[in-house]
Design a protein around this ligand. Sequence first.
Ligand SMILES: Cc1ncc(C[n+]2csc(CCOP(=O)(O)OP(=O)(O)O)c2C)c(N)n1
Ligand code: SF4
Length: 680
Amino acid sequence: MNAPLPEHIRRALETVTLDDKYSLDYGRAFMSGVQALVKLPMLQRLRDAQQGKNTAGFISGYRGSPLGGYDQALVKASPYLKAQNIVFQPGVNEELAATALWGTQQLGFAPAGTQKFDGVFGIWYGKGPGVDRCSDVFKHANMAGTTPWGGVIAVAGDDHISKSSTAAHQSDHIFKACGFPVFFPSTVQEILDLGLHAFALSRYAGVWSGLKTIQEIVESSATAMIDPDRVQIQIPTDFEMPPGGVHIRWPDHALDQEARLFDTKWYAALAYIRANRLNYTALQGPNDRLGIMASGKAWNDTRQALLDLGLDDDACRALGIRLHKVGVVWPLEAQLTREFATGLQEILVVEEKRQVIEYQLKEELYNWRPDVRPNVVGKFDEGEGDFSGGEWARPNPTANTLLRANADLTPALIARAIAKRLRRLGLLPAGADLTARIDAQLAILEAKQNALNVIEVAGVKGADRQPWFCSGCPHNTSTVVPEGSRAMAGIGCHFMATWMDRATVGFTQMGGEGVPWTGQQPFSTEKHVFANLGDGTYFHSGLLAVRQSIAAGVNITYKILYNDAVAMTGGQQVGERPEGHSVVQIAQSMRAEGARKITIVTDEPEKYAHIHGLPEGIAIQHRDTLDAVQREFRELEGTTVIIYDQTCATEKRRRRKRGSLVDPAKRVVINELVCEGCGD
Ligand SMILES: Cc1ncc(C[n+]2csc(CCOP(=O)(O)OP(=O)(O)O)c2C)c(N)n1
Ligand code: SF4
């Protein structure tokens, strides 16, 4: 029998709802990191109202893991957002979304008296590749600046291990190149807390704030404290603003903007970071020798690594380990860093991917007196012998890797690096109890790692299953090419064709589909290729790829895979507008662009009897004829288009559950003993 709940918990549970995270202004609520990003603008608006300001919010961006579900979460929360004057308008792509956010800071350019609010604060969101494609608008918008009651945060979803991406990415470097201070929260609570600081910094210093998220943080869930007063913002008292201030204005010459950014805004941002101690020393003792700096996920992993070594806070203090948590990884604030570094013999920087903190730390410490300057290690260990210079001075420092830049870091890797440095500093003398305990812990970690390796190496059944199309997936038929032809892959679920036996070779970034052929055909005897292009990607940017091929006059057939969903990111509707984007609209655009021939291939040709508006001369074919259609198209000169129209099977299942699609009367039963798992 279950024991009865304590009275206070029972009473608290009676009033708990799943909507608490959005409906509560004060209190504790359970939420995911993505939901915290939905709550953040509501808290900002509440804080502004408490200060007597009537502000509004604007959110735009483009989906992609680990922020694949942010748009859907925003739609679900729309009543709460609307009540707080927060508008969510998905972008056609990341770049145009960022441009719209730039617009929110330009409301003051409009005729006097037309502004409905004291300011509009904004959130841009996108996956790492979306950050990459935005650098032009990011630079312009950041140079131009923000407004005192507006401010913009750009939220990046990074995939350090290429788990769901065609290239691993780390947005810190792009944000830095665009001049955005980069926040890196470690927890769901910090998404709220540092998020509010990111808005405040953006308003104060006239810059956009970057906020980096990765799957382990933004897709985790936790109870978080909702309280608009929780973050007590300190406006710097040690920084003098120039007479004209730092905010957006018109007219504004490019070099004036640059001077404002380089000479003032970054220093204002640093003053903000300093005043609010966004980087802080979390643990220190009387005789510290080894300092460890980390941020975001690496901070959590470092804490875990120390525990795995048997080093709790007291043990760290006794041993001489000092810990510094970095909330803003760029620009690295110097005074807080100096306070942390003073008295240390060595600093170990723990950060995933390429160095951000480490290089800044080295630049900060370089001119310190040699007798007080700590040694710095991070990506690489000290080399053997006498090397004058940094890592580039060695022929190839990778043999000396301490904390790898490729893939991610684990607590075990970090534990090994910490132990190595402690030993090198003479803090783990041979024969000491502590040394024996740490060695024993390392042996346990090693054994665990070896056990995992055995699973990988032995290929234990099911451990390394290759992803495949869902049963009934349209891509299973549509991505097949006739014998003797090959296809180029595009971004989306159909990318999986690259590891199937269907002559699909090479791929591009989202929106470049088929364009490698423009650089190949003049140098090849191959006459023609097919290119796969998803409907979501077509709407995002792929239309321009087709335009490029038409402009270059190459022989290529685009297969526009109309599965009526942006399937890979959760089945969002194609086309960022209420009515979506139809096959007819695509056919009309392709005709207007100058595609030589267009044919629609579908599993339901009969439905076209009731569809109007198709341009003249476009044939509708049953999908059974796909091979013949492709054989005809590969002989044609110029750029041709096959629109393959069949709905995503998973989307169909969703629609049936919601009652918006009829359940088929006919069922297929799969005999598992004979099924070859072809997916169709
Ligand atoms: C610039 C950029 N933004 C976002 C993504 C994330 N992303 C990967 S696949 C995909 C959806 C592709 O949808 P669609 O073209 O319709 O193909 P489907 O998955 O439906 O087959 C998105 C948004 C990305 N890879 N690159
Ligand atoms: S989600 Fe849809 S498009 Fe993606 S593999 Fe499954 S059925 Fe195919």
